[in-house]
Design a protein around this ligand. Structure first.
Ligand SMILES: [Zn+2]
Length: 292
């Protein structure tokens, strides 16, 4: 598959300014063409891809990609809430997360504890266990001075309640795939230094998220794909990949009535601040023509 003109983000390629703050391109869905996927992302102006962990079954792939592309792929470490449901050994998984955070593998630096949170969509049977794992991992984030990347599905009231117990402790992070109400947004931003991950859902024709995003402060937003899931229009129905974060950027710009370049710059600044990422690479050579 070639990058189409629609995926290119004219004026931004040289700066690699976009940041996909949530991407699973280390997953097996990308085994056949992962290098191409990384190349297309760079061509679409994506300078950084942040890779959330799920559980130990995929840690090695996560570390492999992070080492192979250390310049643009940065891993997180954490236990996903649905992996708590699926696994009677989830406490061993949590111990594994603790070990990696204490002793990161050779050549790897974690940018966050994630993805962690509550997912009561599939089943509420393991609510207690999920809350315990979430709480423990927030403590780890505070211990190591890392932000959290939060996955919440059908559990916003529970998530707010839990985050409230950490208010005033300097917690920071991102509410990944935020799709809830303006009221929830306002409540959560009072509880810590939180930004909100906006992805492909905002491009869906009948999504109420666009109206919510209109009410949100641009500096509270970061962009993400959640590849291979939640593919934005015009690629909806196919596998998602990090290059498509440019479509999310364009949609947010349309909603806000702003230039996409400004949305890219400000959401990336928010991402760098929350995740402690380095400033973007300067253009390769001084005097190089930069498209605008
Ligand atoms: Zn995810």
């Amino acid at each position: 598959m070639e990058t189409t003109d629609k995926d290119k983000f004219i004026g931004l390629e040289a700066d690699n300014v976009l940041i996909d703050t949530h991407s699973h391109i280390y997953g097996e869905e990308f085994d056949a063409d992962r290098e191409e996927v990384v190349r297309r992302a760079r061509e679409a102006g994506v300078g950084q891809m942040l890779l959330p962990a799920i559980d130990s079954e995929t840690h090695e792939r996560l570390f492999d990609l992070s080492r192979r592309h250390a310049e643009c792929c940065t891993p997180m470490m954490g236990l996903h809430p649905t992996s708590v449901n699926d696994n009677p050994q989830w406490r061993d998984e949590l111990a594994c997360v603790e070990r990696w955070l204490a002793n990161p593998p050779e050549g790897v630096r974690f940018c966050a504890v994630g993805e962690i949170g509550l997912d009561l969509y599939w089943s509420a049977e393991f609510r207690r266990e999920q809350i315990e794992a979430f709480r423990r991992q927030i403590e780890l984030a505070l211990q190591y001075g890392l932000p959290i990347a939060v996955h919440t599905r059908n559990a916003w009231p529970e998530t707010v309640e839990l985050l409230r117990t950490f208010a005033g402790r300097g917690l920071r992070g991102v509410m990944h795939a935020f799709t809830d109400t303006v009221e929830t947004y306002r409540t959560i931003r009072e509880l810590g230094d939180f930004v909100f991950g906006i992805g492909g859902v905002v491009t869906f024709r009948r999504s109420p998220l666009a109206e919510v995003v209109r009410e949100m402060e641009l500096d509270d937003l970061v962009l993400e794909t959640d590849a291979p899931y939640l593919t934005p229009v015009p690629h909806r129905g196919t596998r998602n990949e990090s290059a498509y974060v440019s479509h999310v950027c364009a949609k947010v710009a349309e909603i806000k009535g702003l230039d996409p370049a400004e949305v890219a710059a400000r959401t990336s600044a928010a991402a760098r601040r929350i995740f402690g990422l380095p400033a973007p690479q300067p253009p390769a050579a001084a005097g190089t023509e930069r498209a605008r």
